[in-house]
Design a protein around this ligand. Sequence first.
Ligand code: SF4
Length: 335
Amino acid sequence: MANLLQVQGLKAYYKTEMYGISRLVKAVDDVTMNLKKNEIYGIAGESSCGKTTLIKVLSGTIKNPLKVYEGSVNYQFKRGEKDILTVPNDELQRDIRWKEIAYVMQGSMSVLNPVRKVMKTFEDIIATHEGIKNRKEFNERIREHVKKLGLPPDVLKSYPHELSGGMRQRVAIALATVFHPSLIIADEPTTALDVVVQRGVLQLLKEIQSASHNTVMLVTHDMAVHANVADRVGIMYAGRLVEEAPADVIFRRPRHPYTQHLISSLPVIGDKTGKGSLDGTPPNLANPPEGCRFHPRCKEAMKICKTQVPAMLDMGEEHRAACHLLNNEAPEAKQ
Ligand code: SF4
């Protein structure tokens, strides 16, 4: 499958000043990855692992004190190739946000205006990006769009506070997909929802992706969501991508100790054995540990882990992992 996005050696840091001392918080540190056209790519990891910073860079919403220090972020959009790090802000606003890259956030209220009915929010977004030439055609287009997504037409006449949390999140997805973007970034889209509503929202995202053949980047710490929805999964720890594979491969045979912990923590019906927790907390990214950043918490850490950053190794089956334990197992090591 062709790539939609290629990220190469990305380093995005926050520069902070406190009491005259400047610090670099290495939130995304040397990440290389790609997103294919027509796939759901899940990003997982604990809080503060760099997921949100990665999204900010990929969506071109970099603001002070966040800065990209190295790397490239190249898209193959419908309208041609773009390095998003070099696109001027007015072009980002006009041609890329919403039209090529749409963002579904955790709190749907951040995209819905509380004092405007849902139809007015559609109007605001479309008027900004395309203008509204024919009112009747516009109304029909929006009605058709929400109908296709299985939403009742009455949502358009509602204020956000009149809708349930699940319905608001569905409306946020409807807004994000109105221009049929190449990439939908969904950031913890189901975190505040109960399990039944969560299922409906994920189902909707899946249906949109399979009907429109666009790419969805699904960001959540919830591995069960990835198991149900994602085609491929990338695991981040302390600003780095530590493992990546097709979902069935990573859940069948996780290779990195951190991924193994995340997957073994998933509840299994009928299993009454206790789930082990991980000692310690994620490191301070202003002063991350040398070598493998997971070593202070890793039960399998070796001497080399404290000094040398493990390389990302190709394990076959589109499976990559960065761990010194795998040094002799990667196909290239056996040649
Ligand atoms: Fe653990 Fe070492 Fe592998 Fe890091 S490189 S995950 S510390 S074994």
